[in-house]
Design a protein around this ligand. Structure first.
Ligand SMILES: Nc1ncnc2c1ncn2[C@@H]1O[C@H](COP(=O)(O)OP(=O)(O)OP(=O)(O)O)[C@@H](O)[C@H]1O
Ligand SMILES: [Mg+2]
Length: 401
């Protein structure tokens, strides 16, 4: 058997005993089970607010106090509890003030028959509002946790990639280099032409394997960043131009941004580098552009990297694609150093797309102190593996034989 509903806890601010009794009689006649408490003065009212009420009904005219003041006191503590104002007469000004200050309803003393339905309606509305607030709060909390997880994953992935790059460098790279020496030695010390030929062919294979490992390693850890952000972005722009045939102009007002000796906060160069990489990958995949410009600047303590193309532009629906994570990942990545991403697109023939990364360096600093240096790979990793790396400028190459 289900429990009977609990009586309605009603706080009634009313200086007239008779009016209080009238109101209660109305509620009883309507079948509402009410447990009411009457208070008359401001002090009593304030003291009563320490307890929980299902609804508050207040007279408008009280000696030394008013229903509107009572309403403000209530709303300062509780945005939801239903509050019904009852007055001998209600002018338009009072009605407007009451609704503006958060009254659920207002009634005339001569129309107390409306009290019960007004109370029920106000309680329903308050319940709905409380449920919505709770749902909003849960949604915001869930979003916050998801963003936190995404950032944590980004950082972990970068750290893992850096560790794998180190292993490839130290273990695979070292072994291949030793193997290359040995095969070369065999080739030079063999008098037999067939053996020499085999050794030469093995050398070629090992050289190829070394090249492939270097490319993989570079994608895992962009060692070019050790030369500074400007050098790294210049290198990216040059490689993009060479690979795609699309003009890519890199500009910066200050060549020393992020250079050794003028380091940016930990994590910032990698975020900028990965942003440029994803933007360029997107341009080559989607934009059909003729020309790309990349601008790096540092002004007012904010590092900005803007990548613009003159391609077909993008729309909101492009950004909502279910299987697309590049730009979403950039938002999370920028967030790891206190920055953000803005995208602009005018579309059309002279449209194009602009992606702007902004990082206030003050915001990046405190987080950076507690974070490990991030290194890692990117959306271009697969792409890179199938293309030659520009070895002259790629500092991730191992020392040659
Ligand atoms: N420079 C651009 N010009 C035109 N369209 C673009 C550009 N950059 C992105 N887009 C559009 O925005 C969409 C989302 O880009 P996003 O980088 O998030 O995902 P993706 O490139 O499709 O996939 P991935 O997850 O591999 O990055 C793209 O599918 C494309 O339609
Ligand atoms: Mg992409």
């Amino acid at each position: 058997m289900s429990e009977p509903p609990a009586p309605l806890r009603l706080l009634h601010l009313e200086d007239s005993d008779l009016d209080h009794e009238l109101a209660l009689a109305q509620l009883q006649r309507s079948g509402l089970d009410v447990r009411a408490r009457r208070v008359e003065t401001r002090d009593e009212f304030e003291a009563a607010l320490a307890r929980r009420w299902d609804a508050i009904v207040s007279d408008y005219n009280l000696p030394g106090f008013s229903g509107l003041q009572a309403l403000r006191l209530v709303r300062a503590r509780d945005a939801i509890v239903p509050f019904i104002l009852v007055s001998g007469e209600i002018g338009e000004d009072l009605a407007v003030a009451a609704m503006r200050d958060g009254a659920s309803d207002y009634l005339l003393k001569s129309g107390l028959a409306r009290l019960a339905p007004a109370l029920e309606h106000a309680i329903d509305a308050a319940r709905t509002r409380a449920a919505k607030l709770e749902a909003d709060r849960e949604l915001a909390e869930s979003r916050r946790r998801l963003a936190e997880l995404a950032r944590h994953l980004q950082t972990r992935v970068e750290a893992e990639r850096a560790a794998i790059a180190r292993e490839i460098h130290d273990d695979v790279g070292g072994s291949l280099t030793a193997l290359k020496f040995d095969i070369d030695w065999i080739r030079r010390h063999s008098a037999e032409p067939a053996l020499q030929q085999r050794a030469a062919s093995a050398l070629e294979t090992v050289t190829h394997a070394i090249g492939a490992s270097q490319r993989i390693m570079h994608n895992l850890r962009p060692a070019i960043l050790d030369q500074g952000l400007v050098a790294a972005l210049q290198w990216l722009a040059g490689r993009f131009e060479k690979r795609t045939g699309v003009d890519c102009l890199f500009r910066t007002g200050d060549e020393r941004i992020g250079a050794p000796g003028q380091e940016l906060p930990d994590g910032v160069p990698l975020v900028a580098y990965r942003t440029a990489q994803e933007a360029l990958t997107n341009i080559s995949k989607h934009a059909q552009a003729q020309r790309v410009t990349m601008d790096l600047s540092l002004s007012g303590g904010v590092l900005s990297l803007e990548i613009s193309d003159d391609g077909r532009g993008l729309s909101q629906s492009d950004l909502a694609k279910a299987g697309s994570f590049g730009i979403r990942g950039l938002h999370e990545r920028a967030g790891t150093v206190g920055g953000w991403i803005e995208l602009g697109s005018t579309g059309g023939t002279d449209g194009g797309t602009t992606l702007l990364l902004s990082i206030p360096l003050d915001a990046a600093l405190p987080q950076a102190a507690s974070r490990r240096r991030e290194d890692g790979t990117d959306a271009e990793a697969d792409d890179d593996a199938s293309h030659g790396t520009d070895r002259e400028h790629d500092p991730s190459v191992w020392s040659s034989l």
